[in-house]
Design a protein around this ligand. Structure first.
Ligand SMILES: Cc1cc2nc3c(=O)[nH]c(=O)nc-3n(C[C@H](O)[C@H](O)[C@H](O)COP(=O)(O)OP(=O)(O)OC[C@H]3O[C@@H](n4cnc5c(N)ncnc54)[C@H](O)[C@@H]3O)c2cc1C
Length: 650
């Protein structure tokens, strides 16, 4: 499949032709017959390995008793289960049951705010309630959930599932799970207890630390109670500066402002500081934040944008990307990213408004049906729009300066590579705090959120993928970054449990709540380090030729030392070469085998790996020149003792 393919599906033509507005995303679960024979995917329609996950049945409980019934029935039958949401906003495949015969328990209709207690300042909600719903209902009672993600389409159960967060170093920090006071969770149970058990976990209960970030592996969260605060106002000012002092400023800036974050545009040498603090409630202002990339966008605009990006990728047109990036950045900054002083226009800083109007947004969800133009969220899989990788990890505050300095070395080496990131609004830096959740953040740090182009064609190389993978490896392996559980490619989860001091405690609770592993899958076991093979070459992958040298052998060089015809067995790659992208080169042995791989996509377990190992002439053109990369490695890997993906920093 060509990267340049224009994809005006009949569906899209229908929309373009008849001007019907529709942007509410589809349910990620699709069944061929009534709630049976189902598939599940994520919000962008594609998991990292591009597989479509299957399930025998889906259940839509509306109350706790229904959940108890379904879990009991599945446990009695020994069925695999997964909790799915209406949004499925996580990139990795946490929601996939193992095999084809598992059950899905959707929280789509667990969507009631049960109680807002104004006196105790708490809200008890069913787990499928969205962030938007909770914030709106709390505000009606004069209350606020102070720290949340920026996208309001997530469900509260899903947010706890992956430890999702906003940005703050103040108090207990920006993670939603730090504001939880009670969780009601249904787990499997032995027959004498009716095969299902409801656990009510309060702050006194150690198990709450496991359930607060559970990855959906412990059972079904039925209800959650959050601690709220009186509704307050905030004042936001964006300050754009040269990035020369970013590494020295990053910590003090986060300590100084309660809702601070930074957007970094490395090629443009710009850092945009969000100066964001509480102000007295009587401060005048009615600001509204409607983040531009989360607004309803005409399908045609998304189509043109994606087609242009594909063309730039295909022709290696990094100049073109830089031009687009610069134009878009300037426009976002000029329009304050979608912040308005009164819900209509932006007339200048500071913009003051109620917390519930500026903390999160997502107007592309169910946008105005009166509009005459078909609009969508930019990543909606029904149209040709955004399709990206998201590499997101947090680095401890003590290491953040060094990490930024390392990134700056890469910027110096190949500034244009960063235009791909800037086209997707740069590197978002948010503050996170150490958590009591067993799988929460281990220390105070900065979360780096990096979005970049992903090809629809799993065999196509990406422009500057070596640079992006270098960033990924520096963050995850050199600085021991903690990956966001709801984002990232598989490689970010390699050895991840070794980074959590309470990993054993989490696994103990998991064994106690779900001894038969009914809520686990082979993939989740691999992430938790309970099974080998997270990064293996699939048994279905085509035979490849592999060329490797112990050190500093790059694409072009490797070619000259290739033992023609050498075959790589399927299975794990030797650790010495695994994931040192520049020193491995794998080629599909024939074009036919390449096609075969595409056809057997269902069986190929890790196409992410295929993307990485596919080396064509084009990728050689698109990669850095060998000499440049050699120099970089000599200077930055060999000299500081960090020579590979699994080494520790000095
Ligand atoms: C546009 C966009 C913006 C985002 N912005 C942010 C952000 O600002 N900050 C941030 O940290 N993240 C952000 N994310 C990532 C997102 O927060 C997480 O991936 C989140 O977990 C997804 O929530 P969901 O409701 O879609 O859950 P899903 O992705 O469907 O599920 C996540 C996990 O939770 C489990 N789960 C869900 N409900 C329950 C339940 N009731 N009981 C037990 N387990 C359950 C699932 O089984 C799964 O393991 C964003 C994602 C998108 C697409």
């Amino acid at each position: 499949m060509s990267q340049l393919s224009f994809k005006p599906t009949p569906f899209l033509l229908f929309f373009l032709g008849f001007y019907v507005a529709l942007s509410t995303p589809e349910d990620p679960i699709n069944c061929t017959s009534h709630k049976t024979n189902c598939t599940i995917t994520n919000f962008c329609g594609t998991f990292p390995d591009r597989s479509i996950c299957k399930a025998q049945k889906v259940f839509y409980p509306t109350q706790e008793e229904d959940i108890l019934r379904v879990v009991a029935s599945a446990t009695r039958k020994g069925k695999k289960m997964k909790v799915a949401t209406s949004s499925s906003n996580s990139i990795p495949k946490w929601v996939c049951p193992e095999g084809h015969n598992g059950w899905l328990i959707s929280t789509k209709y667990l969507n009631r705010v049960m109680e807002i207690d104004a006196e105790k300042r708490t809200a008890r909600v069913q787990s499928g309630v969205t962030l938007k719903q909770l914030m709106e209902e709390a505000a009606k009672a004069g209350l606020a959930l102070p720290y949340t993600p920026y996208w309001w389409g997530l469900t509260m159960g899903g947010i706890l599932g992956t430890g999702a967060h906003g940005s703050s170093l103040w108090g207990k920090g920006g993670a939603v799970h730090e504001q939880v006071v009670e969780i009601r969770i249904v787990t499997p149970a032995p027959s004498e207890h009716g095969y299902a058990k409801l656990h009510i976990l309060t702050e006194e209960d150690q198990h709450l630390n496991a359930a607060k970030v559970s990855l959906g592996l412990l059972g079904v969260i039925s209800q959650i109670t959050f601690k709220l605060e009186p509704l307050f106002k905030r004042s936001i000012t964006y300050v754009t500066e040269n990035d020369s002092n970013l590494e020295n400023k990053v910590i003090t800036f986060g300590q100084k402002h309660e809702f601070a974050d930074i957007i970094w545009y490395p090629n443009q040498h710009k850092a945009v500081y969000r100066v964001d603090d509480r102000v007295p409630i009587h401060t005048s202002g009615n600001a509204v934040y409607d983040f531009i990339p989360f607004r309803p966008t005409p399908a045609i605009q998304l189509l043109l944008r994606r087609t242009t990006e594909e063309a730039e990728e295909f022709y290696g047109d990094s100049e073109g990307k830089c031009l687009v990036a610069k134009t878009e950045t300037n426009s976002l900054i000029a329009s304050a990213y979608g912040l308005t002083n009164n819900g209509l226009v932006f007339s200048g800083f500071p913009a003051v408004g109620f917390h519930n109007h500026i903390q999160a947004s997502g107007s592309c969800l169910g946008s105005d049906r009166n509009t005459k133009i078909a609009t969508f969220c930019p990543w909606d899989p029904r149209i040709k729009g955004d399709f990206n990788h998201k590499t997101t990890f947090s680095i401890g505050l003590s290491m953040v300066k060094n990490f930024i300095e390392d990134l700056k070395k890469l910027v110096e080496l190949e500034p244009k590579a960063f235009c791909s990131i800037e086209m997707h609004n740069g590197i978002l830096m948010r503050y996170v705090k150490g958590s009591s959740a067993y799988l929460g953040k281990q220390e105070d740090g900065v979360d780096f959120d990096i979005t970049y182009y992903r090809s629809r064609d799993p065999m196509a190389p990406r422009l500057y993928e070596d640079i992006f993978e270098e960033i990924e490896q520096i963050g995850i392996f050199k600085y021991g970054g903690l990956p966001h559980w709801g984002k990232n490619r598989n490689v970010a989860f390699e050895g991840v449990m070794n980074k959590y001091i309470n990993a054993d405690k989490f696994l103990k609770v998991k064994d106690e709540y779900d001894p038969e592993r009914l809520f686990s899958s082979e993939w989740s076991d691999q992430v938790l380090g309970l099974k080998e093979g997270l990064m293996k070459v699939s048994a279905y992958a085509p035979i490849t030729t592999i060329v490797h040298q112990p050190k500093a052998t790059f694409a072009g060089q490797a070619k000259s030392t290739r033992k023609q015809g050498e075959r790589c067995r399927s299975g794990s790659l030797p650790p010495t070469i695994k994931w040192r992208f520049p020193i491995i080169e794998l080629n599909w042995s024939t074009e036919n085998e390449q096609r075969k791989a595409e056809k057997t996509e269902d069986g190929v377990e890790d196409l992410e790996l295929k993307e990485r190992v596919c080396v064509s002439d084009r990728i050689r053109r698109q990669r850095l020149s060998n000499r440049k990369m050699m120099r970089y490695w000599e200077k930055n890997r060999n000299q500081d003792g960090w020579s590979g993906w699994n080494s520790k920093p000095n």
